[in-house]
Design a protein around this ligand. Structure first.
Ligand code: GLO
Ligand code: MG
Length: 346
């Protein structure tokens, strides 16, 4: 079991967000990368997650050589601050080339763009010294089902993953499933889908997953069960803890904010599987509420970590012997109340 103080924490620059939504403008001033990095350090986080264009802004307008040069400069800065890069993720959902999807676009030129950009992301990952490429397959799906051939889309995804795996012998692909948003239906909605498609690639052992609590909830699944499932395959290489209030837009609420019991179960699952033992980080993919004032810009991240650590204590002080006796007696009513009272505390 990972020791409590062995958990290492992480977030991405996009998690210090300005509060804009489809119905209104930002509510907080944008902060530059330097400020975000300084906050990450000041608040004792260990690593940062990077989209490719967080690492190299305006990446599409830059040559391969320029991309490498800027990635090297970033690496130097991170080293100087004692911060590591947890992962790199190609941001394949902003460009006009990905309007109709990236790897599964119906346009061959757009598919080529998506793969090339992913290969550049792998180069950046190498320079930043992380072997994890996160693939949130944002636009791989449809708004209307007849627009794409789902069987062909599976083949196209495998083809794209294979090119990434051949580009670099050390890179590991960590697929972040999400069932919907922005798409009506996504092609890789759950961890089961991610691990199944891994087996169609040229090197299944280098294709694993990332679980985001909110995405599992949106798929109608229990995030703790998703964690146990992925970890039984040794495939949980990254984690986006957060919370979600039912089947709505993706909310990215602070961890434990909506369903404390589910958060407790997620922490128990991480503990029993030894998450972190192989260097994995606990990342929070959370956003400030729109109403948050600039002076409280970091609270959603700091609070998520605080809740996580409190729940580690709760998981470790849970009376397993007593719980087992109740399980033997099939007294789940008492077990249920035991969990509630444990969470409520004295
Ligand atoms: C959105 C995703 C997104 C990804 C990030 C890394 O729903 O959770 O935040 O995690 O872009 O690829
Ligand atoms: Mg995420």
């Amino acid at each position: 079991m990972a020791k409590k103080d062995q958990y290492r924490f992480c977030f991405g620059p996009w998690n210090i967000s300005e509060g804009g939504d489809p119905y209104g403008p930002p509510t907080r001033p944008p902060q530059n990368f330097d400020w975000k990095l300084a906050q990450l350090k000041k608040h004792g986080f260990h690593a940062m997650m990077f989209h490719d264009d967080d690492a190299v802004p305006d990446i599409d307008s830059k040559s391969e050589q320029q991309i490498r040069k800027e990635a090297k400069e970033l690496k130097k800065r991170l080293d100087g601050e004692g911060i590591v890069a947890e992962m790199v993720a190609p941001r394949l959902w902003f460009s006009p080339m990905t309007i109709d999807g990236a790897y599964t676009s119906n346009d061959a030129k757009c598919r080529r763009y998506a793969i090339d950009r992913s290969l550049r992301s792998i180069d950046i990952a190498n320079i930043l010294d992380t072997d994890i490429l996160v693939l949130w397959l944002a636009r791989e799906g449809t708004y209307i089902r007849e627009a794409k051939n789902a069987r062909r889309s599976v083949d196209l995804l495998v083809e794209a993953f294979d090119q990434m795996l051949s580009h670099d012998k050390g890179i590991r692909l960590s697929i972040e499933p999400k069932p919907n948003e922005p798409m009506d239906h996504a092609y890789i909605p759950t961890i089961g889908h991610a691990l199944a498609i891994a087996h169609k690639t040229r090197d299944p052992k280098r294709v694993g997953c990332l679980i985001e609590s909110a995405h599992a909830i949106l798929a109608g699944l229990d995030p703790a069960d998703e964690i146990d499932f992925a970890m039984s395959f040794g495939k949980l290489w990254s984690l986006h803890l957060n919370d979600q209030n039912g089947l709505k837009y993706d909310q990215d609420r602070p961890f434990g904010n909506t369903n404390l019991r589910s958060a407790f179960d997620q922490v128990r699952a991480l503990e029993r599987n030894g998450y972190g033992k192989n260097g994995e980080f606990v990342c929070f993919d959370v956003h400030p509420f729109r109403t948050t004032k600039p002076e409280h810009f970091m609270d959603h991240l700091v609070n998520s970590r605080k809740t996580f650590l409190r729940l580690v204590d709760k998981a470790r002080s849970f009376d397993e012997k007593k719980a087992q006796a109740l399980i033997q007696d099939r007294n789940y009513q008492a077990l249920d109340q035991m969990v509630i009272e444990h969470l409520l505390g004295k």
